[in-house]
Design a protein around this ligand. Structure first.
Ligand SMILES: NC(=O)c1ccc[n+]([C@@H]2O[C@H](COP(=O)([O-])OP(=O)(O)OC[C@H]3O[C@@H](n4cnc5c(N)ncnc54)[C@H](O)[C@@H]3O)[C@@H](O)[C@H]2O)c1
Length: 287
């Protein structure tokens, strides 16, 4: 399938990433079949998309008159059979390998054979996920960044089995929705998390060893390295549990002790200090 033949995209999962992915495709004129397991999750996704479109109208990136058309292009469904009408599919369900196996298997059975199936996983091997399907050559990683409507990058990750045609179509599809695709081969953490998470982990070591406070670590990186956000504020935003999980994936995937998770990070996760979502991480948030 060539990118210019793709008109309708199925998005599996309407959470943080799925609603953002549905948003950017609909904004670019694609039909979107947004699938989640319960209507209330779909309602929540459409509500978030509507609010994020309002924000874009305020910023002047889209016209107010376009909003109803954009929303109309998104068809919320709970019935998986509806995705059979899609020309391309992106999986964005929670990061649990058994759940991914089930969802990708189901989608593989319903989608027409020529359709490319992509995953937005942030840490699971694309090669292993491709092997769960009967279309491994038409399987690819499409790693969008959060928040999807705002962030330009998509890491396009080639599994060992991904064909050249699948890869080329996916790269060109990213451009059609105004994103900058960057080609990466399948490897633990891809490039984004392999570089970012050890940075966050090392920042946590600095706090644990009393080298500096979270504020000071973040100030060094913001004022000295021009990072828009300090690594510890970013860790709180991502979720400390997610950061710990990715460090475990890197440690296991490479077997190299340089990826050992910082004990303070582990301790904070055990305490339920997960960052913004729990109100307490390296910083305290008043919700
Ligand atoms: N949150 C991030 O910052 C981020 C960034 C990049 C990649 N990712 C990856 O994106 C994926 C999704 O993450 P998220 O943060 O959007 O998760 P989330 O928990 O916010 O959303 C997942 C959604 O999937 C739905 N779901 C569960 N089972 C389903 C099924 N069988 N069929 C369809 N939908 C189902 C859930 O109801 C939920 O709405 C994960 O693989 C994650 O690693 C997340």
């Amino acid at each position: 399938m060539n990118a210019h033949e793709i008109r309708t995209v199925a998005v599996l999962g309407g959470g943080t990433m799925g609603n953002g992915i549905a948003h950017v495709f609909a904004r670019s004129g694609f039909g979107v079949i947004l699938r989640d397991v319960e209507t209330r999750f779909l309602d929540r996704a459409l509500d978030t998309i509507s609010k994020n479109l309002d924000r874009e109208i305020k910023k002047g990136t889209i016209a107010a008159a376009d909003k109803p058309e954009i929303l109309k292009r998104i068809e919320p469904v709970t019935d998986l059979a509806a995705i059979a009408r899609a020309d391309f599919a992106i999986e964005a369900v929670p990061e649990r390998i058994e759940l991914k196996r089930e969802v990708l298997g189901e989608a593989d059975r319903v989608l027409p054979p020529h359709v490319i199936l992509a995953t937005n996983t942030s840490s699971i091997s694309i090669t292993s996920l491709a092997a769960f399907t009967d279309r491994p050559d038409r399987f690819v990683g499409m790693h969008f960044m959060n928040p999807v409507p705002v962030m330009t990058l998509v890491e396009v990750i080639r599994a060992l089995q991904t064909s050249d045609a699948t890869f080329a179509a996916t790269m060109s599809l990213c451009e059609k929705i105004g994103k900058k695709p960057v080609a990466v081969n399948d490897s633990p953490g891809f490039v984004s998390n392999r570089v970012l998470m050890p940075l966050i982990n090392e920042a946590a070591f600095c706090v644990m060893e009393g080298v500096a406070t979270p504020d000071s670590v973040d100030a060094v990186m913001k004022l000295g390295m021009n990072h828009p956000m300090g690594p510890l504020a970013l860790a709180d935003y991502i979720g400390l549990d997610v950061c710990l999980d990715v460090m475990e994936v890197l440690l296991q995937g490479f077997g190299d002790p340089k990826f050992r998770p910082c004990p303070l990070l582990r301790k904070m996760v055990s305490a339920g200090w997960l960052g913004r979502k729990s109100g307490h991480g390296f910083y305290v948030y008043h919700q």
